[in-house]
Design a protein around this ligand. Structure first.
Ligand code: DPP
Ligand code: ZN
Length: 884
């Protein structure tokens, strides 16, 4: 397989003004008839080369005249026709086998229904086409199928005709008036019911909203419907974007590679990202359903109305849309909590991508398989880059910029440059240096140093930035880094006077713009030695380093106005304490746990108790996050070679000390939170209470507190919602102490209760796959044989294999290397059926260089074994070959 390069981009030689499709669906195949109304671009020469893959060509004609086999050539990836007039209609019939399509790209079968997934290059598995996003066409779609099995037949746009046919078949016709690239095409056929509603747009148009599901899931649609209506309203208010068709549909599908897909007017969702209700859905899931419904809806403008010229521009729509959905979620729930969640993903997972073999810029310069670039870098880092633009411009100018972008490029397929140009134009800012964020891979590292001069009353902040080499670039140019900050005195924020600028407003918050490799900022009239609060709200996606003492961190925890920095300080304190334990572990059987972290957590618990008792206000979710230790995954990101066992034991030692010392406070808090007789709801306050409550329960069980274990068993039994029920199960399964006893009966009872609900079963599988134990592999391999598992369902593969490799360091990285070997075999088996999923699964192995020599050897062997497979997919080939 070979790479494709951004610099080789050429505009298409032909356009397809109108696309007429007709699908005949049968039980063992489908026929696809297409009529493409095409024009040659003025001056373009050469043959027409249409993309096509795994297609059986039945017939091809130009202007209704069938072509003889001498007039065209077909190979595994294309259909080429040399002699063509400048304007013509190309008719094609292809036969495909959706029933055998286990890759879940193109038209395929999910359980009893037919559905499609065309982004990025799935349409070429349906019919021959110019499968590239800069070819936009008006689509007419006819579907014919058995009426009993497939009473519901859907496609993009508006329904224009419906007819009964002989043999119990029926026909529908859809028309999408908006030109679109074929990656936004969708078709669904199934026995579905719908939850229906309407939304009145800002200009007074009524839009029909329909969520289609199997009958068994109809009671799980209300939450997504509410989320959809909130999203539609928010996009009108915050971005001035109104919906543009008379109907908006969502369909839930069980077998789906991604989370969801923004097909015009017909979003298709992985059922795990749309179905939700109190008893079967955790709070995390509720929030992600809301976010994903919003994300796909927002794509209607940022993605569909204005789309990408080519796939190197993927972040144009994804980075921007992730930023939009993050702001939506922040507005709907707790802003600080949402920010912390996103930063955790950046630091733990995106930074790992940046420092691994697949490191790539937000705008990649090349790829072998585009499916591999639906990454945290393109999505999450892309969103961080848009967030920095928002930060630099301010909300008002940013809105002017987005208005200009949408109006200027409506109906076009454009590049990241067009987006940034619109922002540059409305603000008068020069974005040339800023473009490094799009074009350079890797995480910038920022080292900061502060010097206080008591006699001059100045504070000099020295900032140095550096970015390590990545595969595509050795010498990085400095970034423009927005550094949001403040200075804290012993009693609170100090005014920030920069040089001679004696701002009468006495600002306590500033955004410095760092542009050089090394730069200094001088603050004047600083009355006392300050502690700096840095990168407030995570103002840039960088790793930063400042030599804080534990007392400095305590000052930030107590006094900072920025919730994110309070949390970050709590994490830095925990890291410093854990690292000291790690360092002492080799020499001492009982390494020191600095008591200042116990004091800090004690004060946070008091703050929470006081808030729960109703005496004070506090964001309980934020407090709970501050009381949580950094994950093993994040700790692994901080130091190479990764000390897998050391991290696990040092972190547990600190956690145990805290739990033992503060047990009674945890108990008090748990009892107060569990006592609440309020009705179940999923607003931010209720979610915060449940989160904190379960954190307390975890601490009690971790401390091997007998009464705590009883509380946990009682909660498992009596919970009226999945967050509480699953938390209790997880806590019992992930801990070992004499009061817990054998956990098998709890797992079995949960299974019996929920086995009919596939989404709940995913959680049950994941709880077991993440059980932190060196012998976890045995349970993981037996899960693969359990009736709750299904090797063709991506959610099940993620729940068992994905969770094991990404969420169970101590099990996956077991010294013997058995975890890696097992995993390599699984990746090979999955690749034969579903390359996209196999390529995702293999990622943890590619991080082998970060481990010690012994593990490097076995991980490398596992990768080499995969690379030796004869019919490896392009997807897995790219990832494995780049990492060896
Ligand atoms: N469906 C994926 C997303 O919305 C790809 N567009 O991000
Ligand atoms: Zn998206």
């Amino acid at each position: 397989p070979s790479a494709i390069f951004l610099q080789d981009y050429k505009a298409p030689s032909f356009i397809i003004s109108r696309t007429e499709l007709s699908f005949e669906l049968f039980e063992d195949h489908a026929l696809v008839h297409s009529q493409l109304h095409m024009q040659r671009d003025a001056g373009a020469a050469g043959p027409l080369v249409l993309d096509g893959q795994d297609l059986e060509l039945v017939s091809v004609a130009v202007n209704d005249v069938p072509l003889t086999s001498a007039q065209y050539t077909v190979d595994a990836e294309s259909l080429s026709i040399a002699e063509l007039p400048d304007t013509f209609v190309l008719s094609c019939t292809t036969r495909i086998k959706p029933q055998e399509n286990t890759a879940l790209e193109g038209l395929y079968r999910s359980q009893k229904m037919f559905c499609t997934q065309c982004e990025a290059e799935g349409f070429r598995r349906i019919t021959y086409y110019l499968d590239r996003p800069d070819v936009m066409s008006e689509f007419f779609t006819e579907i014919v199928a058995d009426k009993g099995k497939y009473p519901v037949l859907l496609s993009n746009g508006n329904l224009i005709e419906q007819n009964e046919l002989p043999d119990n078949r029926h026909q529908v016709k859809w028309h999408d008036p908006h030109k679109k690239p074929c990656y936004l095409f969708a078709l669904v056929a199934g026995d579905l019911v719908s939850l229906d509603d309407t939304f009145t747009t800002v200009s007074g148009r009524s839009v029909v909203l329909r969520i289609f599901v199997e009958q068994k899931d109809i009671h799980k649609c209300d939450y997504a419907m509410a989320a959809l209506k909130k999203s539609m309203k928010w996009d009108e208010e915050v971005y001035g974007r109104e919906y543009d068709l008379d109907i908006f549909m969502i369909v839930a599908v069980d077998d789906f590679n991604m989370g969801a897909m923004e097909n015009k007017g017909l979003n298709i969702f992985n059922s795990s990202c749309v179905l939700a209700n109190q008893v079967s859905t955790t709070d995390d899931n509720f929030l992600s359903v809301e976010a994903i419904v919003a994300h796909e809806y927002f794509h209607n403008w940022s993605g569909n109305r204005v789309t990408c010229r080519d796939w190197f521009q993927l972040s144009l729509k994804e980075g921007f849309t992730v930023f939009r959905d993050a702001e939506f979620s922040a507005d709907m729930n707790s802003r600080t909590v949402k920010r912390i969640e996103d930063v955790k993903v950046m630091r733990t997972n995106q930074f790992a991508e940046d420092s691994g073999p697949m490191a790539h810029p937000v705008q990649p310069p090349s790829y072998i398989e585009i499916s591999n670039f639906y990454t945290l870098t393109v999505y999450e880092k892309g969103a961080e880059v848009v967030r920095m633009i928002h930060q630099l411009l301010g909300a008002e100018a940013f809105r002017k910029g987005s208005d200009l972008y949408f109006s200027r490029h409506d109906g076009q397929a454009v590049t990241i440059k067009e987006f940034v140009s619109a922002m540059a134009e409305v603000s008068g800012r020069d974005f040339s240096q800023f473009m490094n964020w799009y074009q350079q891979a890797g995480t910038p590292e920022v080292a900061l140093k502060g010097e206080y001069d008591p006699s001059a009353q100045t504070y000099k902040l020295t900032v140095k930035q550096h970015c390590r080499p990545t595969p595509e670039c050795k010498d990085k140019k400095p970034y423009l880094i927005p550094l949001a900050m403040g200075l804290l005195g012993a009693n609170g924020a100090l005014p920030l006077y920069l040089g001679d600028d004696l701002d009468a407003e006495k600002p306590t918050h500033r955004v410095l713009e760092v542009t050089e490799a090394e730069q200094q900022f001088l603050f004047t009239q600083v009355a006392e030695e300050p502690v700096p609060s840095l990168f407030r709200n995570f103002s840039a996606p960088v790793k930063y380093q400042y030599n804080y003492s534990l007392d400095d961190l305590q000052r930030i925890i107590t006094l900072d106005e920025d919730g994110f920095c309070r949390w970050d300080a709590s994490q830095q304190m925990a890291i410093s304490v854990i690292h000291r334990v790690l360092a002492e572990m080799a020499e001492s059987p009982a390494p020191t746990v600095d008591s200042r972290i116990i004091d800090a957590h004690s004060a946070l618990l008091d703050e929470a108790i006081s808030a729960v008792t109703g005496n004070t206000e506090a964001d309980l979710h934020l407090l709970a996050y501050m009381l949580s230790l950094p994950s093993e995954g994040y700790l692994a990101e901080l130091k190479t070679p990764i000390d897998v066992e050391g991290i696990h034991f040092a972190r547990n030692r600190v956690k145990r000390k805290l739990a033992a010392a503060l047990k009674e406070k945890y108990r008090t808090l748990y009892v107060k939170l569990a006592d609440a007789t309020t009705e179940f709801s999923v607003d931010a306050a209720a979610i915060a209470r449940r989160y904190l409550k379960n954190l307390c329960l975890d601490a009690l069980v971790f401390a091997a507190d007998e009464a705590g274990v009883e509380l946990c068993k009682a909660q498992l039994h009596h919970a009226n919602n999945m967050t509480d029920e699953l938390s209790a199960l997880r806590i019992l399964v992930h801990n070992t102490n004499p009061f817990i006893g054998d956990v098998a009966p709890y797992l079995e009872a949960f299974y019996q209760k929920w086995k009919a609900d596939s989404l709940v079963m995913n959680k049950w599988l994941a709880v077991q796959a993440s059980r932190p134990a060196a012998d976890a592999l045995a349970s993981v391999s037996s899960l693969l044989k359990h009736p709750a598992f299904d090797k063709n369902n991506p959610n099940k593969l993620r729940a068992v294999l994905g969770t094991f490799a990404n969420g169970n360091p101590i099990g996956f990285h077991a010294r013997s290397g058995a975890g890696y070997e097992f995993f390599a075999d699984q990746v090979i088996a999955v690749d034969a059926r579903n390359p996209q999923i196999a390529a995702r699964l293999v990622a943890p192995l590619t991080q082998w260089k970060k481990h010690d020599e012994q593990r490097q050897g076995v991980m490398r062997n596992a990768l080499e074994k995969i690379s030796r497979v004869e019919k490896l997919s392009k997807d897995v080939y790219e990832i494995v070959s780049k990492s060896l």
